[in-house]
Ligand binder design. Sequence first.
Ligand SMILES: Nc1ncnc2c1ncn2[C@@H]1O[C@H](COP(=O)(O)OP(=O)(O)OP(=O)(O)O)[C@@H](O)[C@H]1O
Length: 254
Amino acid sequence: MTALLHTSGLTKRFAKDDVATVALRDFTLSIEEGSFVAVLGRSGCGKSTLLNLLAGLTEPSEGEVRYKDRPLSGPDTEIGYLTQSDTLMPWRGVQRNVEMPLEIRGVPSAERRRVAAGLIERVGLAGFEHHYPRELSGGMRRRASLARMLAADPATLLMDEPFGALDAQLRRELQEELLRLWAEGGQTVVFVTHDIEEALLLGDRVVVLGPIGTILLDRAVELPRPRSADALRVDPAFVALHTELAAALREGAR
Ligand SMILES: Nc1ncnc2c1ncn2[C@@H]1O[C@H](COP(=O)(O)OP(=O)(O)OP(=O)(O)O)[C@@H](O)[C@H]1O
């Protein structure tokens, strides 16, 4: 496999009231094409800063991001980004939000409607096509955002804690849906989470971050697929990995 996304020496500083905050320092990582990488870390360790850089939305203070062996100088249509904040258009209903990436590409309206309807169904929002974002719950808005990202059919998915706000049952359903999609489409996924179990359920590699994006552990997850949360919990290999990741997170907090 070849590295699709590569960062070298990435540093990001923010200045506020003449005080500089380092959010990420000297961060180097290669992500192979078609892999599912879970980035695990506690709040404030620089995960969103990293994803913003990988998405080409912000510029590094030092270092660079390369995508397909070319420097990434801005957003790329091949890279889909599901941010932590809500970016649905408030004046459009669910259906027209999900259709938006297709509209930008000039896809005819009948085809747009067909694709959007399929995605809305997949994320469990059938019946809410004409609801505006303000008429949806937080979890429903996340699902609509997910469907909109998928409508663009990106080869690379960057996802910032996409399922954190959902109830346990829904989270499980969407995790399974994402895995199905990934198995069918072979996308490259970078998935940020706080949750060790989620990282192990989804990823074939888990990168554990400590403060300012220090890599505490970079671990291949060789658990067989398909994985089910219930079966995993009693699998000794899962329990051992869980213990190892929890220890790395604890170590990073010292
Ligand atoms: N625009 C900004 N201006 C100033 N400081 C920032 C900015 N964005 C992030 N930071 C700082 O950078 C650090 C890392 O923030 P970041 O949002 O990347 O963390 P995170 O790991 O994604 O956290 P969480 O899991 O809580 O979302 C924090 O100390 C934060 O205060």
